[in-house]
Design a protein around this ligand. Structure first.
Ligand code: HAM
Length: 428
């Protein structure tokens, strides 16, 4: 029987792995320069943890299983609940604010499609213990910092920003019951992701009253914060939420990334735990799902049995990002990075031991070095060096026997020179 890979998973052959590392190495570099420290958790947790607060959509996409002790577990579909659990466990000893990042491998039983798989990697950055929207601004800055570092500009990507707090206040102001808000959020989150008739059906299920529904639809067409003020009337909660968004945009302006950011009332987010500023980053071609999504979740730690401490953060997957980087030709210098620096060849079988000694010396000083197992004619070994794209070739030949010299050949220019082995090794 021919064994196949599972639908929605990926095999990372070396060339794919190089791209995955390119993405993840930059995630780590940008996290560190923005002041975040790395953490990780287990790949599975109790099923109940995800059912409690991640929301209906994620709960329906869990890879869940029963262990031998009859416990119901699930492979992590996100790392935010693990983060909340871990922070709660040490809340009295962790200095605040807590700024952590992680690059977990996650699984969701989604219908695989372009940019959405069943197994993927997701960069997470989170700030715990800061109420002010400066923390939300910092999370957005960090995501944009990454995208810019990867070579993307405001012509390529856009950060669409809104506020759950604002939408909650306005929906309540329109007379929609608090208990029904969750359903309305799920419907609104699907607005740009499903056909219009499916969205209308979802909205009708969430809001029975046609007048209220109409108001929500009008709200969804608002294009700016100023326009929004007329919807808010004298409602204090809505006005406060608008003020907060204005402050956020001011911070983004100070941080110099305004050209990437846009207010967009239709951003609600699919996960159940968001309470304040929410955002998603999209590729401007608008053909793909979100590159990244996040926001404030001020109740999650308390919901998991900890103290009431505010939190905000985001997750960026590797799938859509990978497509965007590929389309723009931004996977640069990947082959350079892991290139073999020295390929050691030997002109005669009798010199094989000397060549192997040279290989070992080079490797021990940190040079990426390889050699031919087969040996044989020098020409063939040089061909092998070209095939692995080596930068330099070392030839251990006659000059070694006569004068303890080796020939160093630059594989790019073809230039070659002879040097004393001791000088060469000394210089390394
Ligand atoms: P999320 O919106 O579910 O948020 O996922 C964030 C990002 O992960 C998406 O924008 C996408 O890039 C990627 N992603 C999600 N599902 C898939 C999939 N099936 N295949 C490929 N990529 C996917 C969260 O997970 C939140 N926990 C993020 C967060 C952290 N919020 C606060 N802190």
């Amino acid at each position: 029987m021919e064994i196949q890979s599972v639908k929605g998973t990926r095999d990372f052959y070396p060339e794919d792995m190089a791209k995955r590392n390119f993405i993840a190495d930059l995630w780590k570099e940008v996290s560190l320069r923005n002041g975040f420290a790395e953490f990780d958790g287990p790949i599975f947790e109790y099923l109940a943890m995800y059912q409690q607060k991640s929301g209906e959509e994620i709960s329906s996409q869990l890879f869940a299983f029963e262990d031998r002790g009859g416990r119901m577990l699930a492979i992590r579909p996100e790392i935010t609940p693990t983060l909340a659990r871990m922070v709660n466990q040490r809340i009295n000893t962790l200095p605040r604010p807590i700024k952590w990042f992680s690059v977990p491998r996650l699984c969701r039983a989604e219908r695989p499609q372009k940019g959405r798989l069943r197994e993927f990697f997701q960069w997470n950055i989170d700030i715990i213990g800061v109420d002010d929207c400066l923390a939300d601004a910092e999370v957005i800055f960090c995501a944009v910092d990454y995208l810019m570092q990867a070579g993307l500009t405001s012509d390529d990507v856009v950060v669409r920003i809104s506020s759950r707090r604002l939408i909650a206040a306005l929906l309540e102001y329109f007379g929609i019951e608090k208990e029904g808000l969750e359903k309305v959020y799920s419907a609104l989150d699907k607005k740009s992701k499903v056909p219009a008739e499916v969205f209308e059906k979802m909205l009708a299920e969430a809001i029975g009253d046609a007048n209220k529904r109409q108001k929500v639809l009008e709200l969804m067409s608002v294009g700016s914060l100023t326009q929004l003020e007329s919807f808010a009337g004298e409602d204090k909660n809505a006005k406060d939420a608008i003020e907060e968004l204005k402050r956020l945009f001011n911070y983004l302006n100070i941080m110099g990334i305004t050209e990437f950011c846009r207010f967009d009332i239709s951003i609600v987010r699919g996960l159940a735990y968001y309470t304040g500023v929410v955002f998603e980053i999209y590729d401007k071609s608008e053909q793909l799902r979100a590159i990244c999504g996040g926001g404030r979740y001020d109740n999650l730690l308390a919901d998991f049995g900890g103290p009431k401490i505010s939190a905000t953060g985001m997750g960026m997957g590797d799938c859509v990002l990978g497509i965007v980087l590929e389309e723009r030709g931004l996977f640069k210098n990947i082959s350079e990075k892991n290139k073999i620096e020295y390929f050691v060849t030997y002109a005669d079988e009798a010199l094989k031991s000397e060549a192997l000694k040279m290989v070992a010396s080079l490797r021990r000083v940190g040079k990426r070095t390889d050699f031919s197992y087969k040996g044989g004619a020098l020409g063939k070994q040089l061909k092998q060096a070209s095939a692995v794209n080596a930068a330099m070739c070392i030839i251990v030949g006659d000059e070694f026997t006569q004068k303890k010299q080796i020939v160093i050949k630059n594989m790019g220019s073809g230039e070659q020179s002879s040097v004393d082995v001791s000088d060469f090794l000394g210089r390394l």
